[in-house]
Design a protein around this ligand. Structure first.
Ligand code: GLU
Length: 387
């Protein structure tokens, strides 16, 4: 197998403290890097160089979690499936074949470097339902405390279309949030975010630093994915939103070099997405992770869209409340399909919330006899988990 790749990054820039000081790092490895496009074979030599980097980082006292794609890409060749998008049942069949080879490769390559690899297959519910979330998090924590290297993938063989992440960019961001990682590395086929696709636009400029994911940044991402990998730059920017909301810094860099993590330490060209530690972010993290919810607020599809667009939750979008919460207590926000979409601090207790549910904010004072806040949950008091 020919794996002709440059060995080091050419353009040198300052290495950020967010990298040198990161203690817990999640690294996402995409299918397009792992599997040879023509033969479908695993690029063992390249993956070995990533594991060399992982071994060096773990010797330096850092904890590493890998999120690896590649199951479908490896399996489809083994099963002789055609190129191009596969129907769900064929991707699942491919994943069930490919995941074995993938896990075997990680096991062997890790072992050769004195590391122990551990396989974790997650479905969407494992990061969204509290009990499963806590359980998955505990397993990863235990593995890290035992110096193993968790290798995470989506459990593609059981996930149906509605309950799939579908791409490992967002999965890796959820995992990073789950284990409170300091840094998420997305190894990509490009060295970061550009103002326009650099392959087709000669005026495209590289963006080294993103501190807020604005509509302009989202527009730059476009939406291309390749046949092997589900995510294009678009899902990477979406992963950035999830990571930043969880307080994890994210870096996009090229995986088309040998030792791509060492390259970051060498100052290669990358794009950093910085989480910032403003009080609102810290508070959101606390709401998402620390508080025991006392009730639930069910909202309609319109309110769900408003929240995704960064708006507060108004009583008008609430269809039902339950539990026993007082003003200021944490509640779970559930979408029209019943799934958790976030948590927040209620501005009204359960009894009042029930009376104003579905009503316009202007009617609140007439209904309750006093004029309270227009929002049931203010955007600054809310941490969304599903975007
Ligand atoms: N979980 C998929 C796989 O292992 C990959 C999803 C993605 O490419 O992001 O093949």
């Amino acid at each position: 197998m020919s794996e002709t790749m440059p060995t080091a990054a050419s353009s040198i820039s300052a290495v950020r403290p967010e990298w040198t000081q990161a203690r817990r790092i999640v690294v996402k490895i995409g299918s397009a890097l792992l599997a040879d496009r023509a033969s479908g074979a695993l690029k063992t030599q390249w993956l070995g160089s990533v594991l060399d980097d992982v071994a060096a980082l773990s010797r330096a006292g850092k904890q590493i979690v890998l999120v690896s794609s590649g199951a479908i890409a490896l399996g489809r060749h083994a099963l002789g499936l055609p190129k191009g998008p596969l129907p769900l049942e064929q991707s699942q069949a491919a994943a069930s074949v490919g995941q074995i080879s993938l896990a075997h490769a990680y096991q062997e390559l890790a072992k050769a470097r004195g590391l122990t690899a551990a396989q974790i297959l997650l479905t969407l519910g494992d990061t969204e339902e509290r009990r499963r979330y806590l359980n998955a998090r505990q397993t990863i924590e235990t593995l890290l405390s035992l110096n193993a290297i968790p290798v995470v993938n989506e459990n593609d063989t059981v996930a149906t279309a509605e309950i799939r992440y579908g791409d490992n960019d967002r999965l890796s961001a959820r995992v990073a949030g789950m284990v409170c990682a300091d840094c998420l590395v997305l190894l990509s086929d490009i060295d970061g975010l550009y103002t326009a696709p650099p392959q087709s636009d000669p005026t495209a400029r590289h963006i080294p630093l993103v501190t807020a994911i604005t509509p302009e940044i989202e527009a730059m991402a476009g939406d291309a994915g390749t046949e092997l990998s589900k995510g294009g730059m678009k899902t990477k920017v979406e992963a950035g939103k999830i990571a930043l909301a969880a307080g994890t810094n994210m870096v996009i860099t090229t995986g088309k070099v040998m030792n791509p993590l060492q390259a970051i330490s060498n100052g290669s060209t990358v794009t950093w997405f910085l989480a910032g530690t403003d009080p609102v972010t810290a508070k959101k993290r606390w709401i998402a992770g620390q508080l025991e919810p006392k009730g639930q607020v069910h909202i309609d599809a319109g309110a769900e869209r408003a929240l995704a667009a960064g708006k507060s939750l108004l009583p008008a979008g609430v269809t039902r409340v339950d539990g026993a919460f007082d003003r200021g207590d944490a509640v779970i926000i559930r979408g029209a399909d019943g799934r958790e979409i976030g948590r927040g601090l209620a501005a009204y207790g359960k009894a009042d919330a029930e009376r104003i549910a579905g009503k316009r904010s202007g009617e609140i004072s007439d209904i309750l006899g006093f004029s309270g806040r227009a929002e049931l949950i203010h955007r600054d008091d809310m941490a969304l988990s599903r975007i």
